[in-house]
Design a protein around this ligand. Structure first.
Ligand code: DAT
Ligand code: MG
Length: 152
């Protein structure tokens, strides 16, 4: 439904490479609604919790180190019809070798360990991640973009 929400985050490499505007534009032009956005320099604790499901993977330590390198991430919540699955498609495959050109990863990166962006992979993880990065009062859910009823 049009109230579905996804947590999307531009990682430190995306911020550092100054492609934040391009990435946001892709969600906007698709018709999605920006519900929340802020820069965050993630703490060790926050980065570890965000990726807790991967704690047993060999790359977990490196992943946390990369997210906490001192460069801000851009934390966002986007809303709209099928935004979780469509967000994953806009982002592209985890491994940039499999990410299609036209997707964010397919257009901007080549290494799985520097793949620019995160997007929630399920309703369950979206709920968890939005709660982890945002307070409820930071979410602007009451307005609607002008073409909303035409698009959604
Ligand atoms: P995604 O970010 O597409 O949801 P994921 O949740 O499986 O992918 O993994 C989270 C991040 O961990 C991913 O964006 C990059 C990193 N990662 C995943 N697999 C990796 C690997 N084999 N080597 C290094 N980093 C990896
Ligand atoms: Mg994931």
């Amino acid at each position: 439904t049009s109230t579905e929400r996804s947590y999307v985050m531009i990682k430190p490499d995306g911020t550092s490479r100054q492609i934040v505007g391009d990435i946001i534009s892709r969600f906007e032009r698709r018709g999605y609604m920006l519900v929340a956005m802020k820069t965050v320099v993630p703490s060790q604790e926050l980065a570890k919790e965000h990726y807790i499901d991967l704690a047993k993977k060999p790359f977990y330590g490196g992943l946390v180190k990369y997210i906490t390198n001192g460069t801000p991430v851009v934390a966002m919540v986007w809303q709209g019809k099928d935004v979780i699955r469509q967000g994953r498609r806009l982002v592209g495959a985890t491994n940039p070798l499999e990410a299609n050109p036209g997707s964010i990863r397919g257009d901007f990166c080549v290494s799985v360990g520097r793949n620019i962006i995160h997007a929630s992979d399920s309703h369950e993880s979206a709920t968890k991640e939005i709660g982890l990065w945002f307070h409820e009062k930071e979410l602007a859910t009451e307005y609607r973009p002008i073409a909303w009823d035409m698009i959604m």
